[in-house]
Write a protein that binds this ligand. Structure first.
Ligand code: ADP
Ligand code: ASP
Ligand code: MG
Length: 450
């Protein structure tokens, strides 16, 4: 069997005809690329999420629908034979309009997933036709027939055994002769309802698909030439990292480096699939290789920023010298499927942050019922508008002076919560969102620009 390379292209890489053309030539450069996973055209998912959250203003609704049509028709207009994908796009646009009507009166997560999946369903029609017109044996594949998840709409949990079985049956044989173009981000539950993996989930889809077809490589093509020491939009002097280990890159993704969805590297690590991150606009600039073993393990590797954090502080004098309190708290959190991110404890209180990557894009909320149950145990305080900064590196808690360097640099900032020591690879803290970017800039300058 031929080795299969999986290439994933994000929204900016399929934003318009020109971007799609560059992405097509990236695919043509690697004869092993037989599976292509793409996102919705840039901006489309945001518009669909807005519709899904329920737009009441008819002018705004009309403007969004027009906007969606313009984005897709600007590509259709430049295809040699637009008629083939045109009818499919028109049908999907029609479905979007009808579903948006329903969402305006009764928005819910199931409807949201149905609506937002339309972005990837449309972009794959266009991109497949473009590849065919350039002489490639491309075929469009609906990934919902393979990417099985549970029914947690907005953040579906992939069902690995089903995915592997379905992929071996339906996807692997197709990849032998053709270039299969499929959707990132979307899947379906066992009842056939469309689900999504959460915002930015196409990276994760690509990794799951790569794992399921025993791929030899996974390429993530985006708008920057690799993973940088921090988001180059925040610190323009950030520099690209040529090689990084799975564990460091996973920590980066987990703590908010938008370049990779947090779960992307789990399937790659399980199957030891090397991952490459590069720019589809400038492939000649190279990029970052993510591997199990790398030559350098610097003390400080990168800084990440994740906003929209919700911090929950639980306070109970009865926690003093008592046991079982934390177990009670976690029992309630587990009951409501609340995933905890950071946690710090003192003698009488616990502070924790809630995880968030769901598709509706809202800050994670503590469900009311969970809050009420927690209030039977302790006082509960919920705060929003916080950001999490993570410093990723190696053996930081074993290196004298590194904490001093970090906290000394940030002495002007009000750090709300600090987690240090649990992992060799990170040091995390929370601060108010109004000062978070400035903190990243200053810390990056001190640690990475000297
Ligand atoms: P795509 O649509 O291709 O998935 P994303 O917008 O999700 O692209 O991710 C790429 C963006 O991630 C970059 O434009 C950059 O602003 C941001 N980013 C955040 N952290 C980093 C980092 N450490 N290195 C590179 N890019 C980063
Ligand atoms: N289109 C989806 C989003 O914008 C998934 C992705 O691009 O990864 O979140
Ligand atoms: Mg992304």
């Amino acid at each position: 069997m031929n080795p299969i390379n999986v290439a994933k292209f994000g929204g900016t890489s399929v934003a318009n005809f020109e971007a799609m053309t560059k992405s097509a030539s990236v695919i043509e450069q690697n004869p092993n690329t037989h599976l292509v996973v793409i996102s919705a055209c840039s901006g489309v998912t945001n518009l669909l999420v807005e519709l899904a959250n329920g737009v009441q203003d008819n002018h705004r609704k009309k403007a969004i629908l027009e906007g969606l049509k313009t984005i897709h028709f600007s590509v259709l207009d430049q295809l040699a034979d637009p008629l083939i994908p045109e009818q499919a796009i028109l049908d999907i646009l029609d479905d979007i309009e009808k579903t948006a009507e329903t969402a305006a009166s009764q928005s819910n997560d199931k409807l949201t997933d149905h609506l937002v999946s339309c972005g990837e369903l449309m972009s794959t029609h266009l991109f497949t036709q473009l590849l065919i017109e350039r002489g490639n044996p491309a075929v469009r594949f609906d990934i919902r027939t393979v990417l099985r998840t549970d029914s947690r709409f907005g953040k579906g949990e992939p069902q690995l055994n089903d995915i592997s079985r379905l992929a071996q049956k339906k996807l692997t044989p197709l990849c032998q002769q053709q270039i299969v173009v499929t959707q990132g981000f979307i899947g379906s539950d066992s009842e056939g309802n469309t689900t999504t993996l959460g915002r930015g989930g196409s990276d994760y889809s690509a990794a799951l698909i790569a794992e399921s077809v025993d791929a030899c490589g996974l390429e993530i093509w985006t708008d920057v030439p690799g993973i940088y020491t921090t988001d180059p939009r925040i610190a323009p002097k950030a520099s690209p990292i040529p090689e990084i280990s799975f564990s460091e890159a996973s920590e980066m993704a987990n703590y908010g480096a938008k370049i990779l969805h947090p779960s992307t590297l789990l399937p790659a690590l399980r199957h030891q699939i090397p991952v490459f991150v590069g720019s589809s606009k400038e492939p000649e600039k190279g990029g970052t290789w993510i591997k199990e073993k790398v030559d350098s393990t610097p003390l400080f590797r990168a800084l990440t920023l994740r906003c929209n954090q919700t911090m929950v502080t639980l306070h109970s004098p009865s926690m003093f010298h008592a046991y079982g309190f934390l177990a009670e708290v976690f029992k309630i959190l587990a009951k409501y499927q609340i995933s905890v991110d950071l946690i710090t404890t003192s003698e009488v209180s616990v502070a924790l942050t809630l995880d968030q990557t769901n598709t509706n894009g809202k800050a994670p909320e503590l469900p009311l019922e969970a809050q009420q149950e927690l209030e039977e145990l302790c006082t509960v305080e919920v705060e929003h508008n916080l950001c999490l900064i993570a410093l990723i590196g190696n053996k930081m808690s074993h290196s004298k002076g590194s904490a001093k360097q970090v906290f000394g640099t940030l002495e002007e900032f009000n750090l709300r919560m600090i987690c240090y020591g649990a992992s060799q690879h990170n040091l995390c803290f929370l601060l108010h969102e109004s000062e978070s970017k400035q903190a990243v800039k200053i810390l990056h300058k001190e640690l990475f620009e000297q």
